[in-house]
Write a new protein. Structure first.
Length: 298
């Protein structure tokens, strides 16, 4: 099949992925006019679902979209998608598109917004080999669209700059990309935030990025373990001079980086603080403060 195994929800129905289809007139497709969020399920439990719902509902409000579902109803839909899919470890996406107007009006206020959700098998930015030896990244010359144009705190499908960054990286024989913000500092990559460690101090860009939930989790874990951490500008030189670099995403968690533009970082292998954070991140997946069980699996 051309579709991953999983279940989608749309228009009140649960469908196999192959049958979940939207109109070609949807503004989500025509204009990237949509917001979404991705939460994962690990061994039958959602990881920090509340934070994902907060970010999703905040995006809806800022984009002036509405779905006819409450937070509790969205939670039920997500649980059902995962339960019906049978995937104990899943990648779960909730989406709201602008939709389209019955008359193809050009006024977004006429559009009927569309809510979609789905659960497919869990996926990661880094594969098993890359998690062990560290990812090889390249800093792209592509600049992330400035926050005054597209608000990076709203999770969105404005990905042309990120995808261009990926191709720039592949051209440099790297595996993924880091792209710069409009001020010339490191911003983020296609689907992840970035951290640098130097002299025991952990830092991550403070602004011009999506406030990732995995990023939040690393900040929280550092505070708990009393590892010095700061949200501040990270320059290209900060990266090259780092002892350790890692990236963070719902799709894979904390993932090490050992090469930037073909130069080795630190010792050239996965650093100790990175290893600790990877370990602590996964440990928290069974902690009731950080995760919620899905009844289908209990
Ligand atoms: N930045 C961008 C642009 C992203 O799309 C994502 C995840 N989809 C992230 C960062 C990481 O966010 P999170 O940790 O919440 O998955």
């Amino acid at each position: 099949s051309r579709y991953p195994s999983g279940i989608a929800y749309m228009d009140g129905q649960y469908l196999p992925m192959s049958q979940a289809k939207i109109s070609v007139l949807d503004w989500g497709l025509l204009h990237s006019d949509a917001t979404y969020d991705t939460v994962h399920v690990w061994d039958g439990r959602f990881f920090r679902l509340d934070l994902h719902l907060d970010r999703f509902f905040n995006g809806l409000e800022k984009l002036r979209m509405s779905i006819n579902l409450s937070r509790e109803e969205v939670t039920t839909v997500l649980q059902n998608c995962v339960g019906l899919s049978g995937h104990r470890s899943a990648y779960v996406e909730m989406i709201c598109t602008r939709g389209s107007s019955p008359t193809f009006s050009r006024d977004p206020r006429d559009a009927i917004n569309r809510f979609i959700a789905f659960a497919i098998p869990f996926g990661s930015v880094a594969n098993a080999e890359q998690l062990k030896r560290g990812l090889h990244v390249a800093i792209s010359s592509t600049v992330r669209i400035p926050p005054a144009s597209v608000d990076p705190t709203i999770k969105n499908y404005h990905w042309l700059d990120l995808v261009k960054g990926l191709y720039d990286a592949y051209d440099q024989k790297a595996e993924t990309a880091l792209i710069l913000d409009f001020e010339g500092n490191i911003a983020e990559g296609p689907g992840f935030n970035v951290f640098a460690v130097r002299g025991g101090q952990v830092s991550t860009p403070a602004k011009n990025v999506l406030p990732g939930i995995t990023r939040r989790s690393v900040l929280d874990i550092c505070s708990e373990l009393q590892i010095p951490v700061a949200e501040k500008a990270v320059s290209q030189d900060d990266l090259f001079g780092a002892d350790e670099i890692f990236i963070t995403s719902t799709a894979g968690g904390v993932m090490p980086v050992t090469k930037v533009n073909e130069r080795s970082i630190g010792t050239g292998s996965v650093g100790e603080i990175t290893k600790t954070l990877m370990d602590e991140y996964w440990k928290r997946h069974s902690d009731p403060k950080w995760s919620t069980p899905i009844s289908y699996f209990s």
